[in-house]
Write a protein that binds this ligand. Structure first.
Ligand SMILES: [Zn+2]
Length: 296
């Protein structure tokens, strides 16, 4: 088991008042370093070749060279800067490192990534490149994976991942998300579970259980988990009100699925935008603490 971190995820120049919580990465890392220092390992940037396994070459070059259109930059939600490129390549690289550790040890987490709104030819919603999709493609290319399960429990639909693998039956994309939440024009995942605002813990967990059984039936060789915690109560963007306990149970059920299938598990970060950022950090930290206790 290893927990991969990515250097300088907070280092991004954003205009004053920007709603993206850059500070949370260092906070999560610090909390995990306090009790799991020996498990932490630094990731490396992805190669352009790996990113282009999924993303169109023209889009990748526009990102790298800063030649995205004004419309593309607005859709992304981050202004372009050299630090944006560095950060995006590191973010994908960290998930690829977690994939390699998971192949070796059975499970690994990346304390960044989960950028599921990135499409082959464009980014949106703070997501430049789709680390989950690149890592799934690398698992098939390098590790002989024939069937992939992507469990995306961020409160927002994993629209980029769904679109990227829409015509690839090897990849089962599950997205459990808020029906009234962004993205408003949803893509079609292999299985979409759209839940109403203010769904209760019990309803959420019941929906999760039946959805995970569908993932199990796909018989994946590897499972990726996008562990966004923006369905926590008090999230500014979430519209759900799940408790910390429900999220811990949610995480544990995903871990139990991977364990019972005897397949590697790769966990990434995801959204989390609490009015009180401490609550968000606690929920993110719970994801990785739960992973460590499930696999050690
Ligand atoms: Zn989200």
């Amino acid at each position: 088991m290893r927990l991969v971190y990515t250097e300088n995820m907070h280092a991004l120049s954003l205009p004053p008042g920007h709603k993206f919580p850059l500070g949370k990465y260092d906070r999560i890392h610090a909390e995990l370093a306090a009790d799991h220092e020996e498990l932490l390992t630094l990731g490396a940037p992805a190669t352009v070749e790996d990113v282009k396994l999924v993303h169109d070459a023209g889009y990748v070059e526009d990102v790298r060279q800063g030649t995205l259109s004004a419309v593309a930059v607005r859709r992304l939600g981050f202004p372009w800067s050299p630090s944006l490129v560095t950060r995006a390549m590191r973010s994908v690289g960290g998930t690829l490192a977690a994939l390699e550790w998971a192949m070796q040890f059975g499970a690994a987490g990346h304390i960044a990534g989960g950028t599921h709104h990135a499409f082959r030819d464009r980014g949106e919603g703070f997501c430049v490149f789709n680390d989950l999709a690149v890592a799934a493609a690398v698992a098939m290319r390098d590790h002989g994976a024939r069937r992939i399960g992507i469990v995306d429990l961020d409160v927002h639909q994993g629209n980029g991942t769904a679109a990227i693998f829409a015509d690839d039956p090897r990849v089962f994309c599950l997205s459990i998300h808020g029906s009234k939440n962004y993205p408003f024009d949803k893509e079609r995942s292999t299985l979409d579970v759209a839940l109403p605002d203010d769904v209760t813990d019990d309803t959420y967990l019941a929906a999760l259980d039946s959805a995970l059984e569908r993932v199990r039936a796909h018989q994946p060789d590897i499972v990726f988990y996008q562990s966004g915690v923006d369905c926590l109560s008090g999230d500014r963007l979430g519209r759900m009100r799940l408790s910390h306990q429900a999220l811990r149970t949610r995480n544990a059920r995903v871990y139990a699925l991977a364990r019972s299938l005897h397949v590697p598990l790769v966990v990434t970060l995801g959204g989390g935008y609490g009015r009180d950022i401490e609550r968000t950090v606690r929920a993110h930290v719970d994801v990785y603490r739960g992973l460590v206790s499930a696999f050690s």
